[in-house]
Write a protein that binds this ligand. Structure first.
Ligand code: UT7
Length: 378
């Protein structure tokens, strides 16, 4: 018995932006981007919100838009079947309510407990791990539920609109990211193993290698003495928010912000993250194998986070695996953070690379620094 993946889907924005088109914005080239990252184009949301993309992915995973590749014998779920919605994102459309609550309302999932989770690019793997933990605990009653609140079906989503927090003047980052959403439905089954092992892990990002401060638009009206009455007479005047200065220092962005960089934009030290990513990916794969008492020979496919094809090649070499054992979908997507793993999983199902009974590892790494993996039997 266990938590089985019984539906999968993805939602992509319409606009496809090529490397050549980006070369009109910043000093870059198709040759540089494709040879350093494997990316040739990426989808960018113009009209679609993160929630719109998530809705498309979720409907597909729930079997509401016809048959889902890889799950042809699975009947569509009824809205009231879903007990739990976990929504991984670092680019929600709103702070309140959560994206999960909005998705619950749109889809009419009236029985679901719904909340968001931000673990950056590892968000989907973290969310799946949390969903599984809640489902397992609720079956056994160890969560004090007295048999109530049994979570038998979870909708787990990763959706991002990274284009809204991208500095389009920064060639170090703007060529890497894309938008999109992916979703899975997880079902508690008494007769199948489903998720066999999982692993989530944090390291401190001591050098601020991957950061994005939050921006707040409302005027700050308090000084050390309380409300600043002068502001009322000077609506354009905004008091310095000392806490913002401190967080900018802590994240190492103060100098850039003072020089006019957009505050709420992703900043990355690519080489530092690259080094972390290659090792984190490898370690997480080995860790879930060890926890499951399995070896790489037992694994049909690895579905990794898609940040850079070279990171996947690095990990493949370290693990002694051919690249055909990895699902690689980066060429026309780029890095869409928490959406990457479920979208890539959906690609693997679409192309028939996952069959019933196969053992699959999903693995991710990202800001935080976070990393993790989930090993399951399809
Ligand atoms: O999901 C979150 C996790 N993120 C990641 O995992 C990303 C990890 N890092 C990477 O994927 C790579 O480090 C990058 C793709 C970001 C950069 O590749 P790199 O091979 O590490 O390049 P680099 O940063 O060492 O830069 C090499 C050169 C530099 O020029 P100089 O100093 O050698 O003259 C850069 O200024 O390439 C330059 N450069 C560019 N040139 C053309 C940086 N970005 C670009 C660009 N086009 N877009």
């Amino acid at each position: 018995m266990g938590c089985c993946i019984v539906g999968c889907g993805k939602g992509l924005p319409l606009l496809d932006v090529t490397n050549d088109e980006l070369a009109e914005l910043v000093d870059t080239s198709d040759e540089w981007i494709s040879s350093r990252t494997g990316i040739r184009s990426r989808r960018i949301s113009v009209e679609e919100s993160s929630l719109d993309l998530a809705e498309v992915a979720a409907r597909q995973a729930l079997g509401w838009d016809g048959e889902t590749p890889g799950f042809k014998d699975q009947p569509a779920f009824a809205p009231e079947d879903i007990d739990l919605v976990l929504f991984a994102t670092l680019t929600p459309d709103a702070l309140l309510p959560s994206s999960a609550a909005l998705l619950r309302r749109r889809l009419g999932l009236t029985n679901a407990v719904a909340f968001d989770l931000n673990a950056a690019c590892s968000g989907f793997v973290y969310s799946l791990t949390v969903a599984e933990a809640l489902m397992v605990a609720s079956q056994s009653g160890t969560n004090g539920s007295k048999g109530r609140n049994k979570y038998r079906h979870a909708l787990v989503v990763g959706a991002e609109r990274l284009s809204r927090i991208t500095n389009w003047d920064d060639r170090n980052t703007c060529v890497l990211f894309g938008d999109g959403a992916g979703a899975v439905v997880v079902e508690w089954r008494d007769d199948a193993p489903g998720i066999i092992s999982s692993y989530i892990h944090n390291d401190d990002d001591t050098t601020n290698s991957l950061v994005c401060p939050a921006s707040f638009d409302s005027p700050f009206v308090f000084d050390d003495n309380g409300v600043n009455a002068a502001l009322a007479n000077d609506p354009a005047g905004i008091l310095a928010d000392a806490s913002l200065d401190r967080i900018d220092q802590e994240l190492g962005v103060a100098e850039g912000v003072a020089a006019g960089e957009p505050r709420q934009a992703i900043r990355m030290d690519g080489q530092k993250v690259f080094k972390f990513a290659g090792n984190a990916l490898t370690n997480a794969v080995l860790e879930v194998l060890d926890r499951a008492d399995l070896t790489l020979d037992d694994i049909a496919l690895i579905v990794p986070h898609q940040a850079n094809e070279r990171i996947i090649k690095f990990a493949a070499k370290k693990l002694g695996l051919g690249l055909e054992r990895f699902q690689i979908s980066i060429a026309h997507r780029g890095n869409s953070s928490a959406a990457c793993v479920p979208m890539t999983l959906s690609d693997a199902y679409d192309s028939g690379k996952i069959s019933s009974g196969d053992k699959v590892i999903m693995v991710a790494f990202g800001a935080g620094l976070t990393s993790g993996a989930v090993l399951y039997e399809a």
